[in-house]
Design a protein around this ligand. Structure first.
Ligand SMILES: [Ca+2]
Ligand SMILES: [Ca+2]
Ligand SMILES: [Ca+2]
Length: 219
């Protein structure tokens, strides 16, 4: 247990956070609830950070939505990006094609859905295979794993126990994924992160929900 001592100078760092504001997860005209995923990026190209989330609609479809930030820490009404009958498992913002506009990558079990931002919240959607047929790719991370200067998408296939890396082409398109077998049970794998772990070379870290972390380093 962590106890916070208000007389401790370290508390000042925590006290910098203002009381939270609440934003609705249920709203009209369509009732949406259970936002499970969050990402940050300037989605409507106005220079202010927005929050992107996913909300389910009566357990039938899911809406990919965003709360437009006004630059003061406040957010406007939810706006829809896309509505799908499938399950969004993770979302990650990045500028995949280098045009300065925020793009989103969403893992939908068998595909990586790429939403290329074109300003004002308008998107161009393309789907790319996330792994083997009938894969179940959950968590994703975006970073340049192969060192070619273009962002790649890394994901964890929980059905076949594989690391799935789809190399980015720099245009927003993804190449067919490279698959690396993982030790352990397929269902063990949780989150994934990408970083330069060794001498500036890209690598992928994977967390097992049982007892360990595995790190892949680029040769
Ligand atoms: Ca914005
Ligand atoms: Ca972009
Ligand atoms: Ca790359």
């Amino acid at each position: 247990m962590f106890l916070c001592d208000r007389n401790d100078p370290a508390f000042d760092a925590i006290a910098l956070l203002l009381p939270p504001a609440q934003y609705p997860s249920i709203f009209d005209p369509v009732q949406l609830d259970a936002p499970e995923l969050l990402a940050v990026g300037d989605w409507n190209d106005d220079g202010h950070l927005d929050l992107v989330t996913v909300a389910s609609e009566m357990n039938l479809t899911q809406d990919l939505v965003y709360l437009p930030g006004d630059g003061t820490g406040r957010f406007g009404s939810l706006r829809s990006i896309d509505n799908e009958p499938y399950q969004f498992l993770d979302i990650a913002p990045a500028d995949l094609n280098g045009d300065g506009k925020t793009d989103l990558v969403v893992s939908q079990s068998t595909v990586y859905s790429v939403y290329l931002g074109s300003g004002g919240g308008v998107v161009v959607l393309s789907d790319y295979p996330a792994g083997m047929p009938f894969a179940d790719v959950g968590s994703i991370a975006i970073g340049d794993v192969d060192g070619d200067g273009q962002l790649d998408v890394s994901g964890v296939d929980r059905k076949f126990g594989q690391l799935s890396i789809a190399r980015g082409t720099g245009t927003g398109a993804l190449e067919p994924p490279m698959l690396c077998a993982l030790d352990g049970q397929p269902t063990d794998w949780g989150d994934v992160a990408v970083g330069r772990f060794a001498g500036g070379k890209g690598g992928v870290a994977l967390a097992s929900v049982t007892n360990h972390v595995t790190v892949f380093l680029r040769k």
